[in-house]
Design a protein around this ligand. Structure first.
Ligand code: AMP
Length: 410
């Protein structure tokens, strides 16, 4: 099948050409005809498969007819990064159409959003919280919405957004086309799909296993040697762009700094950064200013940098789904990539679950010439904390602080 078989409006087809897409990806072949017919679709696909164009192109095609400057398509995404990425895809593919898209998310000044909405847009790409704010203030009118897209629905569930989604749904016309994408299908998403989709076409690509353009390897290592091993790997591997994942924000920041100190063009992306700093890290990584980006899962969700050659899991992700999402950052759109995962002796159970999903035993690798016996440096604060001076006892405060810290750790 070729793009011309979808019979997009010529100005949309011109956008596809300008984006350099030569032929549709498997999910595009499977799903675009149904979306073009106006059917509801449940897409089980991870990022990296080309799923954004599955909804973006038919939306642009549809909006070429009919009223302008009214919100007619609404895309809801879990993170600001993903929202920006979808918006970028839409404006890229729709560059010849004159259609307008705007992103709506929190953590940034709301006034420019008011202004753009006031001038009129056809497509909104939003995160749930800020969208509800706008709806509450009457600055968004969704009564003309013809298409609703829920992207990375499983991630929205993980982040506790489903109640917000249900609130938003109440304000949308009942008669509409709904497209729901999810990399995995937990029970809650099954239920949501049942409620929001009508007679949906199910499209499934690659199941929940990671894209097969990615090769995997595990590096058994002691916790305190991870940074040294990371540097050794970077020195000895032919890397283009490397995305490193850590379990906590603190660790992402710290590993990023250690790499910088060692002379790498590195930055970190984690939830404590302001939106501007996050964007700068992301843009710098995308345009090659940074060769290495160290990130947490939440911050990295939706990163679309097409030339990531390596994903390195400094810490193994907590679930198989998170593993799939992380390594979905490399090997995108049929490019190949490597996924390296550092494992300590505590990670055995997670490794076994990942291997079950991949249906293969992942190769264990050891770095030649690397000193695996080196003891933990005494001054390494990350792993060997110096004793703290005792704070005076204040009932309640310590517990509260501790809880807050745990909640904010990711
Ligand atoms: P997605 O899964 O939508 O995040 O897309 C992953 C990457 O593949 C993005 O960089 C897209 O621009 C790219 N892409 C999507 N469709 C195609 C296509 N048909 N040909 C080449 N690249 C594509």
């Amino acid at each position: 099948m070729e793009f011309k078989d979808f019979q997009f409006h010529p100005l949309v087809a011109a956008g596809v050409k300008a984006a350099g897409y030569n032929e549709p990806t498997p999910i595009q072949v499977q799903a675009i005809p149904s979306v073009m017919q106006g059917r509801d679709v449940m897409g089980l696909a991870q990022t990296g498969t080309g799923k954004t164009a599955v909804f973006a192109l038919p939306i642009l095609h549809r909006l070429m007819q009919g009223t302008r400057r009214k919100v007619r398509a609404l895309v809801i995404a879990p993170t600001r990064e993903l929202a920006e990425q979808i918006h970028k895809h839409i404006t890229g593919l729709g560059s010849k159409t004159g259609l307008r898209s705007v992103t709506i998310y929190g953590g940034v000044n709301i006034n420019p959003q008011f202004e753009k909405l006031r001038r009129g847009v056809e497509i909104i790409v939003a995160c749930p919280g800020r969208l509800l704010d706008h709806m509450g203030q009457g600055t968004i009118d969704l009564s003309q919405t013809e298409v609703l897209v829920l992207d990375e629905a499983d991630h929205m569930f993980d982040m506790g957004f489903l109640p917000d989604i249900r609130k938003i749904l109440k304000h949308l016309p009942k008669k509409r086309q709904t497209l729901l994408f999810s990399a995995t299908m937990p029970e809650e998403i099954r239920r949501l799909a049942k409620d929001v989709l009508s007679d949906p076409v199910l499209v499934q690509i690659g199941h929940t296993a990671p894209a097969d353009t990615v090769s995997h390897a595990l590096y058994p290592i002691e916790q305190h040697l991870k940074t040294a091993l990371l540097m050794e790997l970077l020195r000895h591997t032919d890397t283009e762009s490397v995305l490193v994942f850590t379990r906590t924000k603190h660790r992402a920041k710290r590993v990023g700094e250690q790499l910088q100190k060692a002379g790498y063009r590195a930055s970190s992306l984690q939830g404590n950064l302001s939106q501007n700093k996050r964007q700068a890290a992301l843009d710098g990584f995308r345009d090659g200013k940074y060769q290495v980006l160290v990130a947490t899962d939440i911050a990295a969700r939706g990163i679309d940098v097409s030339n990531i050659s390596h994903v390195i899991n400094y810490d193994i992700p907590a679930t198989v789904d998170a593993y799939t999402h992380r390594i979905g950052r490399t090997g995108r759109a049929a490019k190949t990539g490597d996924a390296f995962t550092f494992i300590t002796h505590e990670d055995g159970e997670t490794v076994r679950s990942i291997e079950r999903v991949l249906s293969e035993k992942i190769e264990r690798r050891f770095m030649e010439g690397f000193d695996y016996k080196k003891p933990a440096p005494a001054r390494d604060r990350e792993f060997v904390r110096p004793p703290r001076a005792r704070a005076p006892f204040r009932p309640g405060v310590a517990v509260e602080r501790g809880q807050k810290k745990r909640r904010a750790a990711y």
